[in-house]
Design a protein around this ligand. Structure first.
Ligand code: DC
Length: 230
């Protein structure tokens, strides 16, 4: 039996790391275990990208993109099993938010500092309401740098590519592994090199290499680090 914890309101647990490092699978289970909302900040950058594609806003048109980012209403549904719906301006975009084409385009949105500031504002509002397990790239460095509960996940790029390959297959896309690996490495580079909100280990974060770890084992390490708080 997993240990039971009381509802930890206002607690912010920040989890950062590269694509495929196991953040979201772990964060979802952890949030359910702790009775906290799960906030997937990657889904928010995806939502802005999706809406820009739908409205045919060019990724060169920074001012329209920034306006969109400030006006867009992004909401997360309650977690059912291990899925959480994402709503944009009231519409369910859960599936549309994860297409490979969109995944390629998010970089144009995520690199723009003014869009990042708009997302950070929304993320802080959401987190302050009820606390959260929040995952992304800049949660411990920018969004909630003062939370004492910061984690940085990493994993072997080949394993991360395998996880992504499986995800794509499940979505009906057969992409060569070499291409998946190349895309993961490109995404790592753009995540690490952008001017604002670059992916790096936050000060005071506990670094977890999830390469050989199951989700349960990863959660056990986090809970051990949170002992005394919960
Ligand atoms: O975690 P993900 O693959 O769903 O993230 C989608 C994109 O958004 C990814 O290219 C990195 C970016 N992102 C970001 O820049 N900052 C965050 N806090 C979360 C995601």
């Amino acid at each position: 039996m997993p240990p039971k914890f009381r509802k930890s309101s206002k607690l912010i647990i920040a989890i950062d790391g590269p694509a495929g490092s196991g953040k979201s699978s772990t964060a979802k289970v952890l949030a359910a275990r702790l009775g906290l909302p799960y906030i997937d900040t990657g889904a928010m950058y995806r939502a802005v990208t999706l809406e820009a594609m739908r409205r045919k806003i060019s990724f060169e048109n920074t001012s329209d993109l920034v306006r969109l980012a400030s006006e867009i209403e992004i909401r997360f549904g309650v977690m059912k099993k291990d899925t959480q719906k994402v709503y944009v301006n009231g519409k369910d975009v859960t599936k549309a938010n994860r297409t490979p084409e969109l995944t390629k385009n998010v970089v144009y949105v995520a690199r723009e500092p003014k869009i990042r500031s708009e997302m950070v504002k929304k993320q802080r509002l959401m987190g302050r309401k009820e606390g959260a397990v929040m995952d992304g790239r800049d949660i411990g460095t920018v969004v909630f740098p003062k939370t004492p509960y910061k984690f940085y996940f990493d994993a072997d790029p080949k394993l991360r590519a395998r996880r992504r390959y499986k995800e794509l297959l499940e979505a009906g896309k057969r992409v060569p592994m070499s291409q998946v690996l190349r895309e993961i490495e490109e995404r790592d580079r753009s995540d690490r090199e952008r001017k604002q909100g670059a992916l790096r280990v936050a000060k005071g974060a506990m670094v977890l290499d999830t390469t050989g770890l199951t989700i349960e084992a990863t959660i056990d390490r986090i809970l051990a680090a949170l002992k005394g708080v919960l």
